[in-house]
Design a protein around this ligand. Structure first.
Ligand SMILES: Nc1ncnc2c1ncn2[C@@H]1O[C@H](COP(=O)(O)OP(=O)(O)OP(=O)(O)O)[C@@H](O)[C@H]1O
Ligand SMILES: [Mg+2]
Length: 281
C-alpha cells in the first residue's frame, strides 16, 4: 500500500510541475507560489497604459504600470489627485480595459476576456467596497450582505455567513434597511457583502472617504482583520495617510506611473511622501 501512496504522490508532483511549466510557457511567468514566500501573486499587471481622448486632448492616465499583488496582504494605492489611482483600480478589477498591457487575476488573463466571462469572473473572484457604500435601499442589511451569492444563485455557507456578520458586528442590525443604519454601519454591511464570496481580491476605493475618523477607523480595523484572520487580499485606494498606515505595502502613483513602492510605512512617513509628490516637477 505504501508504494502506491508514494507513486501517487509522485504522479501528483509530476502533474503539478507540468502544469506550472505549461503556465510559464503561456504567460511568460509563473503565477504559482513565488520562491521562498509560499505566497502567490493574485493580481499581475504588465505595462499598463490608459489613454483617454485623442490627439492634442489625449490624457495618459496610466503611462506604463507593472504591479504584482501578493495574496493575503493589504496594499494601499496613493498619489495626488489625477495621478491615475481610480483608473488603475478599475483596470485591475476588470471594470475598464487598458489601452495597452495586460492583467491577470488568480491566473486568468482578464484583459482578453469577453464581457460575459469578465462579468462572471468579477462576480466570482472580486469584491468591491466603494466610498458611497452602494447598498440597495430596498434590501435589509442581511439581504444586502448575501446579494452577491443570490445573484450567482449560490447558497451562503452558513458558518461563513455567521463568521462574516460577527466580524463586522452587525448581528443585531440584520433586518434594518440602509436608511436605518449609520454611515459606519452601512460601510460594514458593504465590507461583509464583499467578504461573503471569499473573493480572490477585495478592492476598496476610498472606503473611509465618507466617514468620520472614528467610524473610518472601525472600517479600517475590519479590513485589516480580514487580511490577518481570513487571509483576504485587499487593494485600497486612499488619500488618507492614516488609512494607508494600516497597509502592508504602499504604492504611490504620480502622472500615471509608480513613483514609490514601499513595505509598511508610518503615518508620518506617508504624509511626508505625499507632500513631496505633490510638488510639481
Ligand atoms: N473618463 C475620462 N475621460 C477623460 N479623462 C479622464 C477620464 N477619467 C479620468 N481621466 C483623467 O485621467 C487622469 C487620471 O484620473 P484618475 O481618476 O485615475 O485619477 P485619481 O488618481 O483617481 O484622482 P482622484 O484622487 O482625484 O480620484 C486624470 O488626469 C483625469 O482627468
Ligand atoms: Mg480617484
Amino acid at each position: 500500500m505504501r508504494t502506491t501512496t508514494v507513486s501517487e504522490r509522485e504522479r501528483h508532483e509530476q502533474a503539478s510541475e507540468t502544469l506550472a511549466r505549461l503556465e510559464r510557457e503561456f504567460t511568460g511567468e509563473s503565477l504559482f507560489a513565488q520562491p521562498g514566500t509560499g505566497r502567490r501573486e493574485v493580481v499581475v499587471a504588465r505595462d499598463l497604459t490608459r489613454v483617454y481622448g485623442k490627439g492634442d486632448a489625449a490624457v495618459h492616465a496610466l503611462a506604463g504600470v507593472d504591479i504584482d499583488i501578493t495574496e493575503g496582504r493589504l496594499t494601499a494605492i496613493m498619489g495626488p489627485s489625477g495621478s491615475g489611482k481610480s483608473t488603475l483600480m478599475h483596470i485591475l478589477a476588470g471594470l475598464d480595459q487598458p489601452t495597452g498591457g495586460r492583467v491577470s487575476i488568480d491566473g486568468v488573463e482578464i484583459t482578453r476576456l469577453k464581457e460575459k466571462k469578465l462579468t462572471q469572473l468579477r462576480r466570482d473572484k472580486i469584491g468591491f467596497i466603494f466610498q458611497s457604500f452602494n447598498l440597495l435601499a430596498t434590501l435589509t442589511a442581511d439581504e444586502n450582505i448575501v446579494l452577491p451569492l443570490s445573484l450567482a444563485r449560490r447558497r451562503a455557507d452558513e458558518a461563513w455567513r455567521r463568521t462574516v456578520i460577527e466580524a463586522v458586528g452587525l448581528q443585531d442590525r440584520l433586518t434594518h434597511r440602509p436608511a436605518e443604519l449609520s454611515g459606519g454601519q452601512q460601510q460594514r454591511v458593504a465590507v461583509a457583502r464583499a467578504l461573503i464570496t471569499r473573493p480572490a481580491v477585495l478592492f476598496a476605493d476610498e472606503p473611509t472617504g465618507n466617514l468620520d475618523s472614528r467610524t473610518g477607523g472601525e472600517v479600517l480595523d475590519l479590513l485589516r482583520r480580514s487580511v490577518d484572520e481570513f487571509g483576504q487580499t485587499v487593494i485600497m485606494v486612499t488619500h488618507d495617510a492614516n488609512a494607508a498606515s494600516i497597509a502592508d505595502r504602499v504604492v504611490f502613483l504620480k502622472d500615471g506611473r509608480i513613483e514609490l513602492d514601499e513595505d509598511r510605512m508610518t503615518r508620518d512617513a506617508i504624509y511626508d511622501t505625499i507632500k513631496n509628490l505633490e510638488v510639481p516637477r
